[in-house]
Ligand binder design. Structure first.
Ligand SMILES: C[S@@+](CC[C@H](N)C(=O)[O-])C[C@H]1O[C@@H](n2cnc3c(N)ncnc32)[C@H](O)[C@@H]1O
Length: 412
């Protein structure tokens, strides 16, 4: 099976990033135009959808283009302006998606690290290089944000003062993944110093207001925006959206979580960083959008002094299989996440038929993310008699993830 297909099965969230860069190009960003061309992406609205997207919905998306454009353009460009005001920091763009930020930073000679899932990095890294040539300051690196080693790998000990920026990521995580990511970022910042800025809560709660303003307060179009956006997010990402504490409607809960995870929070007015001119709106719509920005904030997090240092019991990943009659035994060690799950899927597909029982020996499996759970589900579903699916030696930490993600009744 083709590697990109396997990655799509393992973690389809990367599909959400394509339209972001198409929208930034449509808003007039020259770097994004060159990059989307290099990537072979079509213009926004021209793309061919999967069968799951109806023609009617594709038509609606086109009508709503001004709203989508202003959302993504404003997010991208306010972060760019923030980065411009922090010249001493080393930029860690998590997730970079297919955006043209690396091209922009190369012109400024700044150190830039673009992090994303392997499916994205394999495409964006050569595409950016084809636009700017080889550049020692611009790095792309395949990660899973839940996997600390992958995040730490491209940095050297001397790399200090990171500015980690997160636009469009935290809503895709389950609660256990969110906690893993917070722990990883805390550890990165404890080692290298700096801070972590995200727009994710602001846009999750205020996107409707921004869209409403961009659509000149047209109620019908705004209602359409809400209907289409809900469906599109679910279709593209195939995950529950915003189902962790970061998107709790009660802000106190989120702030308590941030504190518990060892961070201090500062709110920075986004309006201070909104460009004078946006490419996606003009006239009254532009004025209305600026009104909304008056109370929109970046959330900037720094590690509290004395915050706990994260200890992890990281065994390196391995997977092996053995066949005993119609029983497939699978031995997994280490973390099962987006980076490692393709190997498990491959081993399973290579296993000789018939398989009536699957025994998963997971005494040494230290973590499982949604990507890993997705593969277990494929294995489980392949069995005629579901009682033949057995997990042996599940650690407490993994059991807790399986329980909180609702898979307990399926797998155990
Ligand atoms: C909505 S896009 C946003 C990308 C970019 N920041 C932008 O504004 O265009 C979400 C991105 O998150 C990435 N992603 C999802 N899960 C991830 C994970 N566990 N680790 C790293 N990146 C992840 C996806 O591959 C995708 O590129």
């Amino acid at each position: 099976m083709e590697i990109q297909k396997i990655r799509e099965i393992v973690n389809p969230v990367f599909n959400t990033a394509k339209s972001c860069t198409q929208l930034i190009a449509a808003a007039g960003d020259e770097d994004a135009k060159r990059l989307t061309e290099a990537l072979g992406f079509q213009s926004f609205g021209e793309q061919k959808y999967e069968k799951s997207v109806s023609e009617e919905m594709a038509e609606q998306v086109k009508r709503l283009a001004p709203a989508y454009m202003v959302l993504i353009e404003s997010r991208f460009r306010t972060v760019n302006q923030l980065l411009d005001s922090r010249k001493d920091s080393l930029i860690a763009d998590l997730p970079c998606g297919y955006t043209s930020r690396g091209i922009r930073m190369s012109k400024q000679g700044r150190a830039y690290f673009g992090f994303d899932l392997p499916a994205v990095i394999d495409d964006i890294a050569p595409a950016v290089e084809s636009v700017i040539g080889r550049n020692d300051n611009v790095h792309y690196h395949a990660v899973d944000a839940t996997n600390y080693e992958s995040l730490e790998a491209p940095f050297s000990d001397g790399d200090k003062n990171l500015l980690i920026t997160t636009e469009g990521l935290l809503m895709y995580f389950s609660q256990s993944e969110l906690e893993e990511v917070f722990g990883n970022i805390r550890r990165l910042l404890q080692k290298h110093g700096g801070s972590w800025v995200t727009t994710d809560r602001a846009y999750a709660f205020r996107d409707r207001d921004i869209a409403h303003a961009a659509l000149n307060y047209d109620e019908k179009l705004t209602a359409m925006y809400e209907a289409v956006t809900g469906k599109a997010a679910a279709t593209a990402a195939d995950v529950k959206f915003g189902s962790n504490v970061f998107f709790d409607t009660d802000e106190k809960q989120v702030k308590a979580f941030i504190d518990r995870m060892g961070f201090e929070l500062k709110e920075i007015p986004m309006s201070d960083h909104l460009p004078q001119k946006l490419g996606s709106v003009s006239g009254d719509a532009d004025k209305s959008v600026r009104e909304v920005f008056k109370d929109l904030y970046f959330w900037e997090m720094t590690v509290k002094t004395g915050a706990q240092e994260r200890q992890t019991d990281e065994k390196s990943f391995s997977v092996s299989t053995a066949k005993q009659g119609t029983t497939l035994q699978v031995f997994i060690s280490g973390r099962l996440d987006t980076l490692t799950a393709p190997e498990l899927l491959n081993k399973f597909r290579e296993a000789e038929e018939p398989i009536e029982t699957i025994e998963l020996h997971v005494e040494d499996m230290t973590y499982i993310s949604s990507a890993g759970l997705r593969i277990l589900l494929i294995m489980y579903k392949s069995l005629e008699d579901k009682n033949g699916f057995k997990m042996i030696g599940v650690r407490d930490s993994v059991r807790e993830i399986i329980e909180t993600t609702g898979f307990e009744s399926v797998f155990m």
